[in-house]
Design a protein around this ligand. Sequence first.
Ligand code: URP
Ligand code: ZN
Ligand code: ZN
Ligand code: ZN
Length: 505
Amino acid sequence: MEFDLVVKNGRIVTASEVLPLGLEIGVKDGKISCLGTSLPTSQNTKIVDAEGAYITPGGIDSHVHLAQANSPTGDGFETGTRSAIAGGTTTIIAFVTQEREQLSLFPMLEDYHAKAKGVSSCDYGFHYILTNPTKEILRNELPIIARKEGITSVKLYMTYDPMKLNDRELLSIMMACRALGMTTMIHAENSDMIALIIDGLEANGNTDPFFHAVARPRIAEDEASYRAISLSELVDAPILIVHMSSETAMTHVRKAQTRLLPVHAETCPHYLYLLSEELKSKPHDHFAGAKHVCSPPLRHYPQDLEALWQGIANGTFTVVSSDHAPSKYDHPDGKKLGFVDGIPRFAKIPNGLPGLETRMALLFSESEACLSPDEARIGLPKFVQLTSTNAAKMYGLADRKGSIAPGYDADIVIWHPGTNGETTITQDMLHHGVDYTPFEGLRVRNWPRYTILRGEVVWNKDEGGVVGKADYGQYLKRGPGQVIVGKTGQKVHGMLENERQYWMH
Ligand code: URP
Ligand code: ZN
Ligand code: ZN
Ligand code: ZN
C-alpha cells in the first residue's frame, strides 16, 4: 500500500488510552488505513513528523451558531469554519433555526446549505432548532429531516421569547425524537423567573451589563434543568442539557445518571474559566462587560468554576462545546444594540460569545499533557472523549469521526507540548469574524501545531497558518445518535411496570 500521508514519531491518544510511542498513522484517500510501525513511504507520501507530540482526533464542536438571523454581525460559515481549523476543530455541528411563522422546515434548511456550501473549511452537520412544533412537522417532516437530510438532533429552548417552548411542546418533541432515534438538546433556564427579575432591575435603573448575570441566577438554570430531566423521564427520551453552568443543575443531572436515566450534559470553556466580574465596567469603557454577555451567564464565584471541573473529572459531562454564538462588540447591530441613547441596557445586548477557535487549547491546557498528574484536571483520553469522541457518538458520526483507528476519516490534531510553548490568547491571533475574544490575555499551555482534515494539512501553525481551502469542508449526513449515559426503558419512580403503555404512542 502506498500512503498519501504518514504521521510518525508521536503518541496517539484515543478515548480510552495513550498508545505506545512509535505507532505511525498511514492515511490513504482521506481515511486512516492503518496504524503500524515502520510504515513504507515513497516520494509521493507526505510525512508529518510528530516527534515529541501528542496526536488526538480532530475536534468535534457540536454547539456552534453560524449565520444566525438573530446575530447578523456574528460569524458566517467562512470565518467560523476557518476559525475552527485554526484551533484544532475539524467538524462542527451548526444550527438551522425555525422561525415561529415558518410552518415547514425545508426552506430554511436549503438556505443554510446555501450559506455553508463552498465556503466551509471544516466538515459540518446541522442541528435543527424547533420553535413551532406543529403536528405536521413532528409527524411528517421530522422523519424526513432525520432519515433523508441526516439531521438527527434538535435544540429546544425553555427561555427567550421568540424561541421558548412550553412543557407540553417539549414533551411532544421529545417523544417524536425518541421514536426517530434523534437527540434532544435543551437550553434550560426558567423564563418567567428571568422576566420577573429583568422587570425589577429595569424599574430600579439597574441596566449595566453586569446585571445580566443578576437577571439569570443559578436557580433559574437549576429549576429548568430539573424540569427538563423530569419531562424526559416521563416520556423515556434521551436528552442533553446544553451549556450548563450551575453546580446544582449539574447535581440534578448526576443524580439522574446514577439512576441510569439517559440524561447527558454539556458545558463550555467560558463556564470553566471566566466569572461574572468580566461583566463589570472597565475604566476606559463603561459598556465593556457586554463582551461577556451569554446565557446562562458567567457565574459569580471561583467555587462555581471548580464544581464544573469536578463534573468534568467525575464524568457528569458528556461533551465540552464552545456554544460559539458571537456578535461584534463595536457595531451598532452587535453588542452595541444594548447601548441605547448612551445608556447601557443589558436586556438588549445580543447573547453569546465567540469560542470555536479557543475551545481545544483551553481544555488541552489543563490536561496531563501539559501538567503533572497532580495538577492536571483532565486525563488525555478524557480530553479526547469530551472534545471529539462523545460528540461523534451522540450525534451519529461515530462511523467516520471521533477516533484514530483504521476506517475513520483522517482528522487529526498534533500538539507539541513544551517545544511549542505557551500561547497568550489575543484577538490578533484568531481567525473568526468578530472583533474580540472573551479570553483575551489568557495564557494556554499549548496550541495545535497541525490540524489535518481527511488527510490534508489544513492548519500549520508555524508555516502558513490556515493552509486549507475554504471549500474543502463537506456536509455530513448523520445517522441516529447513541445513548452514552444510562439507557432508555427505565421505570419512572412510583409508576407501574409498563405504565406508559396506557398513554404513550
Ligand atoms: O448566550 C448564548 N448562549 N446565546 C446563544 C444561543 C444559545 O442559547 O445557545
Ligand atoms: Zn442555548
Ligand atoms: Zn453604569
Ligand atoms: Zn448555543
